[in-house]
Design a protein around this ligand. Structure first.
Ligand code: 5GP
Length: 246
């Protein structure tokens, strides 16, 4: 554990946490192991939902969270949208036909589903239930409709974070940079992005993504603080009582 005084946010070291402290000092925590030393008992996992308009940086931040914390799991969604160039089945999405999607939805295979830009998306239920049962945490890159349904289904196990773009002009730029979908789809996505932003008021945490390193560090700090909440430390009472009254 060490304090850095630099104003820049340094997110270094695999599995490291980087938490911004008042006065721009940074408390850097390395490895997942020290976390289990700080909380050395059974814990309840949590579902960390990241939403932002497309191009808001949440995919990059999600990847970084996973890289820095080996215990965090990614929720891989299913979608009916066509696969984009570099996307892989099972890593980025499960790509389903509309009929397959409908069948799974009818059988309760999803914990939440939503229609986004004319395509269907859904979060498979089983990995979420397994993670919570095993005390592991999961990160979700889903939209406001999914966030709302997850909160309804899983209540206090869900923590929601909304990432706002620094300004809507830059959102347009970021969407252009992607430009994988053609001009009309991009316009539709921009309209959808503006509607998505309107839902920021329903989230637990809201931050502006001026800089990816900085935003990642803030999301990590939210995740860390939420994991330390007393009510998630389900095994604490037994261990502490045992020590106090052997
Ligand atoms: P994209 O097609 O660009 O990968 O994703 C479009 C939007 O759908 C993004 O806002 C993304 O967060 C959202 N999304 C992806 N998977 C899911 C899901 O399983 N459920 C919901 N509700 N939204 C999703």
């Amino acid at each position: 554990m060490e304090f850095l005084t630099s104003g820049a946010v340094e997110v270094s070291g695999v599995f490291g946490y980087c938490v911004i402290m008042p006065g721009n000092a940074l408390l850097r925590l390395h490895e997942s192991a020290p976390f289990s030393r700080v909380v050395p008992w059974r814990r309840r996992g949590l579902c960390l939902v990241l939403s932002s308009p497309s191009g808001g940086g949440k995919t990059t931040i999600t990847r970084r969270l996973l890289r820095y914390d080996s215990s965090l799991r990614l929720s891989v969604s299913a979608t009916t949208r066509p696969r984009r160039g570099d996307e892989e089945e099972g890593r980025d999405y499960y790509f389903l036909s509309l009929a397959e999607f409908e069948e799974r939805r009818a059988s309760g295979w999803f914990v939440e589903t939503a229609e986004v830009f004319g395509n269907f998306y859904g979060t498979p239920r089983a990995p979420v239930e397994a993670a919570l049962r095993e005390g592991a945490s999961m990160v979700f890159d889903i939209d406001w409709q999914g966030a709302e349904q997850l909160v309804r289904e899983l209540g206090g196990d869900v923590v929601t974070v909304f990432l706002l773009p620094p300004d809507l002009g830059s959102l347009r730029e970021r969407l252009k940079l992607r430009a994988q979908d053609g001009a009309d789809v991009m316009e539709a996505r921009l309209g959808g992005a503006l509607r998505e932003v309107g839902h920021w008021v329903d989230y637990d945490y809201v931050l502006v993504n001026h800089d990816l390193d900085e935003a990642t560090a803030y999301v990590q700090s939210i995740f860390l603080a939420e994991r330390l909440r007393r009510e998630r430390q389900s095994g604490a009472a037994d261990v502490i009582d045992e020590k106090l009254h052997p």
